[in-house]
Design a protein around this ligand. Structure first.
Ligand code: ADP
Ligand code: MG
Length: 152
């Protein structure tokens, strides 16, 4: 199998722009889509995720699922599974919460700190990275989306 890799870069200069970009992605998402999300503290992961939720039609605020591993939102046009696996000690904890029902389910999955569970990530996914560049201003963010997957 040959790997395909498409990459897209989007630059924003305010939280509103990052949120609006997330909203577009949420609006275009298909059931079963999975996104990983990586970036330093304060870079805008929650702002971006809030936009995605909004694009799915979710009105309640998105909070960090820090103490639950996964937070499920059902009020949008498809379920939204928001993971934060930062506190995973052992990959078996993912089995315990039944991660496959989410990863291969009918909703949109977003996984923060996905690098910690690399071995169980589906091949077909989108990897999102958000970066700052202080030379371009305090509010500048670069959002990189890489399509990860295998050729059919
Ligand atoms: P994280 O979840 O990655 O720790 P947050 O989304 O909670 O980060 O916070 C991002 C912070 O950066 C917010 O205070 C937001 O107002 C600010 N910010 C400034 N510029 C941007 C931008 N272009 N995109 C997103 N957030 C921005
Ligand atoms: Mg956050």
């Amino acid at each position: 199998m040959r790997k395909t890799m498409k990459e897209m870069i989007y630059e924003t200069r305010s939280p509103e722009e990052t949120r609006a970009f997330g909203k577009k992605i949420g609006a275009a998402a298909k059931p079963g889509d999975l996104y990983t999300l990586v970036g330093d503290l304060g870079v805008g992961k929650t702002v971006f995720t809030q936009g995605i939720a909004e694009g799915l039609g979710i009105r309640e605020p998105i909070c960090s699922p820090t103490f639950t591993i996964v937070q499920v939102y059902e009020e949008g046009r498809m379920p939204f599974y928001h993971f934060d696996v930062y506190r995973i000690g052992d990959i078996e904890e993912m089995d315990e919460i039944g991660y496959e029902d989410y990863f291969y389910g009918e909703g949109l999955c977003m996984i923060e700190w996905a690098n910690l569970i690399e071995e169980i990530l589906p091949q077909e996914r989108f990897d999102v990275t958000i970066e700052k560049n202080l030379e371009k201003g305090f509010d500048y963010r670069k959002i990189i989306i890489k399509e990860h997957g295998t050729e059919k």
